[in-house]
Write a protein that binds this ligand. Structure first.
Ligand code: ACO
Length: 334
């Protein structure tokens, strides 16, 4: 969708953070019946990072990624007007963004969580851009961070091989309309299929006096095959619709940055769009599926490696639980 903008918005800086503990496929194969060969062939993942430490949470990773982004442009945290923390693994069900606000000293910022699983970062960028493009705010910190290791059943080989922990952050700033870098977006939700991928809440006990049920969250439940089919069929359509609305052809794209779920999904989506695989940005062999963190983590790495240049067109797509999926098209402005 194209918006009627009064202001431009552009990504000014990125930062990322991953936990120290690296768990490779060989280590996983000591825990469940699997092999490095099976995991690499089916997913492309070789290792992932896992957060350890009794007091460590998504807040620590999100804050570190944010501070790294701020430091890159020597920005005072007090200049941040809004913090959007995209996460599905908060440290507090009431939200973790306020804890990040306090930890990084962004005391003037409004802060809230956004829950949309692996699409969370795309929705965060789109939400943040609205506040800038309509003139409400100047500097917005959008963070994608997840510690799905806490919600993974480490005895379930069909899911525990996939996920890792991490965080990525971007600072979006207002700019002249001519320099606008967030060109357009296309978003979708299909709640009918929410059971294909979820961390369900299960009621257990019943309070006898007033019939209130008290339960707990389960581990990640996933229908891998259906999620795979959903991703390779719906994501290309979202990208094509978004590009069409902007009168951009897939052949003009510099980079395709998809949620890092599975290498086979990345290649299949690129192939359906006739985009050469050399334009895929991918680092999931090192981090696995880090949910809302995967896109900003890969973006930060691609910038560090100087792959992305001024005026490059980047197509970013997220997809996952909800089911949710969506695309945002960015023109990179140095
Ligand atoms: N090691 C060895 N064997 C395994 C493993 C494992 N880790 N896991 C499953 N198998 C076995 C199965 O039991 C099955 O055996 P069987 O044929 O005897 O029944 C066989 O391997 C094939 O299993 P499938 O589930 O059919 O394997 P598939 O090729 O579909 O790959 C995978 C599974 C990798 C999960 C794939 O379906 C996938 O990547 N789906 C997308 C998942 C995804 O991206 N999820 C995240 C979405 S983002 C978000 O919102 C969190």
């Amino acid at each position: 969708m194209k918006s009627l903008n009064t202001q431009g918005a552009r990504i000014l800086a990125t930062g990322s953070a991953v936990p120290e503990l690296c768990v490779n496929n060989f280590k996983i194969s000591e825990m469940v019946e699997t092999s490095d060969d099976w995991i690499v062939t089916r997913t492309g993942i070789k290792e992932r990072r896992v957060l350890t430490g009794i007091n460590k949470s998504v807040v620590d990773l999100a804050s570190l990624a944010s501070i790294r982004a701020l430091n890159k442009i020597s920005m005072d945290p007090l200049e941040i007007d809004l913090i959007i923390l995209a996460t599905s693994s908060p440290n507090d069900l009431f939200g973790s963004a306020s804890q990040v606000q306090a930890k990084i000293g962004a005391n003037k910022a409004v802060a809230f969580d956004l829950t949309a699983a692996c699409s969370g970062f795309v929705l965060g960028i789109v939400t943040g851009a609205q506040f800038i493009q309509n003139g409400s705010y100047k500097n917005i910190l959008v963070i994608g961070a997840d510690v799905l290791s806490k919600w993974t059943d480490w005895s379930d080989r069909s899911t525990c091989i996939l996920f890792g922990d991490g965080a990525g952050a971007v600072i979006i700033q207002s700019c002249s309309i001519e320099k606008n870098g967030i060109l357009g977006f296309q978003l979708n939700t299909d709640g009918e299929k929410s059971d294909q991928l979820s961390i369900p809440y299960r009621n257990k006990e019943k309070n006898q006096t007033i019939s209130i049920c008290k339960g707990e969250f389960d581990f990640i439940q996933m229908n891998g095959k259906e999620v795979y089919k959903f991703a390779v069929s719906k994501v290309p359509l979202s990208i094509l619709t978004c590009l069409h609305s902007l009168c951009i052809s897939p052949k003009d794209i510099s980079w395709l940055l998809l949620h890092q779920a599975n290498e086979r999904i990345l290649y299949a989506v690129a192939e359906r769009l006739s985009i050469h695989s050399s334009k895929l940005i991918s680092n999931l062999h090192k981090y696995g599926n880090t949910s809302a963190a995967s896109i900003p983590l890969a973006l930060d790495e691609a910038l560090k490696n100087k792959r992305i240049k001024d005026n490059d067109l980047i197509v970013i797509s997220g997809f996952g639980a909800g089911l949710t999926w969506g695309t945002v098209v960015i023109k990179w402005k140095c």
